[in-house]
Design a protein around this ligand. Structure first.
Ligand code: BES
Ligand code: MN
Ligand code: MN
Length: 459
């Protein structure tokens, strides 16, 4: 093992150069003009899996973007990891707010800045480098591994449920490992045991067939921007509670012990507020901030568009208004049921003065797991060896839709070991990854394979 760690310590600069090439590919899954780049990124990923010494490397087609697969199954007696991640990234807009171009990775103050640095290319690359170190130093891995990297996570993994169901034997493993989340805090590594689910909609409101002079027609017709605002205002009460009938029916209440665990975490609410630049925090009454973001559902407006928004003024009644909205869900809420309840509520509150159209986008199940299993313990030891500090256990507010599918279809434990940071700017301008965390992460991951290799496989 020492040789593996020495190897990693000597390769620091090469890792950064290679990661830069990976980050240079604009694999934005949401935008059709990047379809070619997305495929090129899948191919780069596959080539990398071959370079580091994996076997059976190939692209597997889906109705959408290809999945990249590779494995190393040379240890009949040891456990098998299924490693999941995504090579697609979020759009970069507003691009003028980036301090360096999003697809020209730039190192500043020990952090590498680029779209995908933390979410998720940097984190999957950490695993590639740990695999490479083992294979180059000893010609083998301490455990078996199947690598499964998809290209549609950032648009909801629509094709992955079917894919997992129809490729179960290729995915057979003892434990699922994912690195696609931030750690609790700089200097405080963590293992994540819960994610929120999601239901996403676009609301289109039409008032009239064309924009109107607001003097000639103002007063005679409903204004769709106003109607949309009124409908949105009916989604939550002043205490932040969501008013969609039935919305909370299946919400699993926080247990007292879990609330106490959250409270013991070194969370500084004032610093949190200041870092966000918020004058005052807001959320559902009766819950702490960590409870609100990890264990309570939300309703958010993600985008809002109507009327004249240019410089100066224009007297107009817009013909249409549009909003993108999403709900983050917690166990045991079901995204389809929530989506039905939302649609019914919108139909109920929509006035007859406008036409309202709802479009359903991606959804994802919430996920939560026990963390008293040997794999999580192995990961905790590996993290302590790599970071010099034992991890804390946390939940997260984000969503990785396929995790609950893996759980249901493969019925194996999951270890979510992320090395991002809360201020990594994922999905925002100036996304970054701390290079010390990356480097310690490669070491921790190399140890993780060793620790898991010591456990018996049930394959
Ligand atoms: N890596 C994130 C998920 C995540 C975010 C986990 C924060 C833990 C903390 C993932 O790439 C992501 O952004 N998922 C989307 C899913 C959506 C598009 C269905 C999300 O959460 O918005
Ligand atoms: Mn991600
Ligand atoms: Mn993401």
């Amino acid at each position: 093992m020492d040789a593996v760690i020495d190897f990693i310590n000597l390769q620091r600069d090469r890792y950064i150069d290679e990661l830069k090439s990976y980050l240079a590919i604009p694999s934005v899954s949401a935008l059709p003009q990047h379809t070619g780049d997305v495929r090129r990124c899948a191919e780069w990923t596959a080539d990398e899996l071959r370079r580091i010494g994996l076997q059976n490397v190939r692209l597997i087609e889906t109705p959408g973007n290809p999945v990249v697969y590779g494995d190393w199954l040379g240890r009949n007696d040891a456990a098998t990891i299924l490693f999941y991640g995504h090579y697609d990234v979020q759009p970069v807009d507003p691009v003028d707010q980036w301090q360096s171009p999003p697809f020209e990775a730039t190192v500043r103050d020990g952090e590498i800045y680029a779209r995908g640095a933390a979410d998720d290319k940097g984190q999957i690359f950490m695993h590639f480098k740990a695999i490479e170190a083992h294979l180059k130093q000893s010609g083998s891995l301490p455990c078996n591994i199947r690598i499964f990297i998809e290209g549609e996570e950032e648009v909801g993994s629509a094709h992955l449920d079917d894919f997992v169901r129809s490729h179960k034997s290729e995915l057979a493993a003892d434990v699922l490992v994912i690195s696609d989340s931030p750690m609790f805090e700089r200097g405080i590594p963590s293992i994540c045991y819960g994610l929120r689910g999601i239901a996403y909609f676009q609301i289109d409101v039409r008032g009239t067939s064309t924009d109107l002079h607001s003097g000639s027609f103002g007063g005679a017709v409903a204004n769709p921007a106003f109607v949309l605002a009124q409908m949105l205002a009916q989604m939550k009460d002043r205490g932040g509670r969501i008013k969609i009938p039935g919305f909370y029916d299946d919400v699993r209440e926080l247990r007292l012990e879990e609330r106490e665990q959250f409270r013991r975490l070194p969370f500084n609410e004032t610093k949190y507020r200041k870092d966000l630049g918020a004058p005052k925090l807001f959320g559902e009454a009766g819950y702490t901030t960590l409870e609100r973001v990890w264990a309570r559902p939300t309703f958010e407006v993600n985008g809002l568009l109507s009327g004249f928004t240019g410089e100066g003024s224009k007297t107009v009644i817009p013909a249409t208004a549009m909003a993108k909205v999403s709900m983050r869900l917690v166990p045991n809420q079901n995204p389809d049921k929530i989506a039905d309840q939302f649609e019914a509520y919108v139909k109920k509150i929509a006035p007859k003065t406008v036409a309202v159209k709802l479009t359903r986008f991606q959804s994802g199940q919430p996920w939560m797991t026990d963390f008293d299993n040997v794999y999580v313990q192995a990961a905790a030891r590996a993290i302590e060896r790599g970071f010099g500090k034992a991890p804390v256990f946390n939940r997260e507010g984000g969503s990785i839709p396929v995790v609950s599918t893996f759980q249901q279809e493969l019925n194996i434990p999951a270890v979510l070991f992320g090395i991002g940071l809360p201020d990594e700017n994922a999905h925002a301008p100036n996304e970054k990854l701390d290079l010390t965390n990356f480097h310690n992460g490669v070491i921790a991951t190399a140890y993780l394979y060793e620790e898991i290799g010591r456990l018996d496989g049930a394959r």
